[in-house]
Every structure is written in C-alpha cells, then in structure tokens.
Design a protein around this ligand. Sequence first.
Ligand code: ATP
Length: 458
Amino acid sequence: MDDMKLTMDKIVNLCKSRGFVFPGSDIYGGFANTWDFGPVGVELKNNIKKAWWKRFVQEAPTSYGVDAAILMNPTVWDASGHTKSFSDPKMDCKCCKQRFRADNIIEDHSKGSVVPDTMTNEEMEQYIAEHKVKCPKCGGFDWTPIRQFKLMFETSRGTIEGEKDVVYLRPETCQGEYVNFLNVQRTSRAKVPFGIAQIGKSFRNEITPGNFLFRTIEFEQMEHQLFCKEEDSMNFYNEYKDKAWKFAHDIGLSEDHMRFHDHDKLAHYAKAACDIQYLFPIGWQELNGIHHRGVWDLSRHGEYSGKSMQYLDPVTNERYTPNVIEYSIGADRLTLAALCEAYEEQALEGGDVRVVLHFNPFIAPYKVAILPLQKNIADKAKEVYTNLSKYFMCDYDEAGSIGKRYRRQDEIGTPFCVTIDFDTLEDNTVTVRDRDTMEQVRIKIDELKAYIEDRIQF
Ligand code: ATP
C-alpha cells in the first residue's frame, strides 16, 4: 500500500512526537539544519556509539581511543590541505536566490550517469548551459557563475584587545588521531599495525544541508585510523571494508539496503577509496567511507610541525612513515539509517495501524518498560523498575490502557514490556511481552535481569 511507504517525513514526525529528535532552537523558529536529540534519541545515538566503540576499541586489542580537542592549532588545517582546498562548487539561482552545489545538480540531472567529481568548474558550467539544467526549486534557468564555497567554520581567539587569530571548528575528527600518532604509540607501547579511534563532533558549513539528520552543519563522527606498513595496506583496506560492512549490518541494517560504491576519482595521495551506501528514503546515499590514504597525513604533519612522524620498528630498526587506512562513519547518519531500517507500519485487524521500530535490542533506547496493570499495584512495579534500572535503561508507564502503553513502547522500539498484575503480588512472576512477535511469557522477577541481558548482547 502506498500510504504505508517509508518517507523521510514519517521518520521526522515520529522523531518529533516521541522525543527522538527536535528541531534545534525550536522555540525561536528553529535554526536551519541543526537538531537536538531528545530523551529517547540521545539513548539511541549513545547506544550506537557504544556499539561502535565496543567493536573498534574494546574488542580490538591493537586499537586505542582518544578524545582530542575540537579547536586545533590552525597549522593542522594547512597541513591537512583544508585551508587551501576544503570547499564545494556553489552557484545561486538568480530567480529564487537559493544556493546549490553544482556537482549535486549535475548528478541529479544526469540521474547519476555523469560523475561531476572529475569535472572542473568550467566544465560544470558548460554542462549546465548545454543541457539547460533548471533550478530544482523554482524551475528557473538563470545561474550565477560557479564559485568555491569554504566549508570550514571560522572563529577567532584573541588574548590581546584588537588582536585576533583565526581558528577553525574541526571539519573532521581524524586530524586529532594523526597528530597523536606518536603519543599513543609511545604511551601504549603499540607496534605497527595498530589503530587510533575517536568519536566526536565535527562542523561543516555545508551549502546544501538537509534531509533531516543526513546532512547537518554539526554532526558526530566515529573514525578509526589504522597505521600499517605499505605492503600490508591493501589487505587492511579490504579488511576494513568487511569490518565496516559487518558493523552496519550487525547494528540492524539489511544487506539488501547496503552496497559498496568504489570511488572513480581519487585524491592524488590516495591508493583506494570506497563508500558503503545505504538506501535511505531519499535514495542510495553514502553511509560511511573507507579510505586508503597512503603516507599523506603523517608525512604532511611531519613536514608542517617539523617533528618526525616516522615509526621505528623495534625489531628490524627500520624507520618509516606508516600508511593509513581510514574508516569514517557519521553517528547521526547511522542513527538515521537505523531509524529508517527499524520503522514498520503493520496493518492490524479493524483498520488500525501499529507503528513499530524493530531496533537491534542493543541500540534500543529503553531495553524494558515496566507497566503495572492497575495503579494500586504501582509500589510493586516501582520496586521492579528500581532494581532493573541499575542494569538497563528502563521506562515506567502507568497511564492509559495497556494496549495504548504497548503501542507507545512499540513506537520507540522497546524490545520488552513487563506487566505487573495481582498475581505478581502472590507469586513474584511477571508477564514479558516481546516487541517483534508480541508473544508473552510468564517469568519470575528474579529471572528478569538474566532474561533481558541474554537478549540484548552486541
Ligand atoms: P558526503 O559526500 O555525504 O558529503 P563526505 O564524503 O564529505 O560525505 P567524509 O568526509 O568522508 O564524508 O565523512 C565521513 C562520514 O561522516 C560520512 O560518510 C558521513 O557518515 C558523515 N558526514 C559527513 N558529512 C556529514 C554531514 N554534513 N552531516 C552528517 N554526517 C556527515
């Protein structure tokens, strides 16, 4: 049925009404392309970050975590190449004054058959003129010339009145991993190959942000840099492609909705690069990137800082600059993919529709909801809630019919609902209802913790 089709609007509306995500600065009419995670959304995103950290740091004996400063010495961005070339080709529609990325317009117009990444600004202008590419917003055909638009947010730091230095909000987290390469290596006594991982905020002054959490001006990245010898680097590149795929799938994304997209055009220093794309309601789009960056990052930081970034192999005494394999994924973009994947509308008898989010239980905001059947047994229910909430995020709800309460939990993806009734007072048993099958089992209160724990592992 068409009205059961997943759309971004359905996800946005559910997120607003159930406390996943609110528009940023809402009471001031919002602030375009900023979003605030609400009580349910912050749990979901935190659990996704926890799952990533567990997989890529906790269970990876040769990977180490860092949490680097957002504001970095501005020379970092000269070394990385961002101050010179981190920009997108933009042009404005003179009719409706809307700003667009020229490469996106060409890609959409050609339905993906033209790859604008390889075109110069002049070639893009020529394509737009020859194919009479119209403004997607107003249909007009009156474009400004294409100009490069800087993507880094600038701010300033001034200690002396009148004197201010430009500093940047980082547009990616990985530079904090590169500049700490030797700090981590020495203090952890790490031997190449080893990895450095980080989760943190990045900022980009995107020209055409939008599509809810997909592209925002402030977002969180989860990035892992693997430092290795050149001869092992292609194997590691392929290994990280597999690991990235498996992680996205284990989070709950269906393999039918994922595909690899190899890059045709590579940065001059890169040896290989690909994305994993996900089938969002807006079509196939990048979910994460895996990049073979060669020795570019460490050698540039060596050059600009004047400090050697080379690694001394303690066994062979060989001194060399390791290659870097980068795996980078947006926590907000993955949260959006997880929401889209989990969303289902089920037609029930009588014309009713049940909305249910089938999250992997590990990432579900609440693991369990405690629901007393009557208010006068609330004391027992609260006791169960207090005990279980030492171990898991629990919700407690005594308002409304039990059917409506189940429905509310389905809509936020709670895998288990525990109902407390009069029998509970007699025999210390409760009913546990499964979100996906709606089946119910009766178990002892003492067994609840183990029952839930067994079913929420990642
Ligand atoms: P895109 O082509 O979508 O702009 P990108 O190739 O610039 O992405 P990277 O710089 O490789 O992206 O960043 C790594 C990951 O960070 C992306 O795969 C995506 O998950 C996330 N990401 C990048 N930009 C944004 C953004 N503006 N909003 C939300 N997430 C983002």
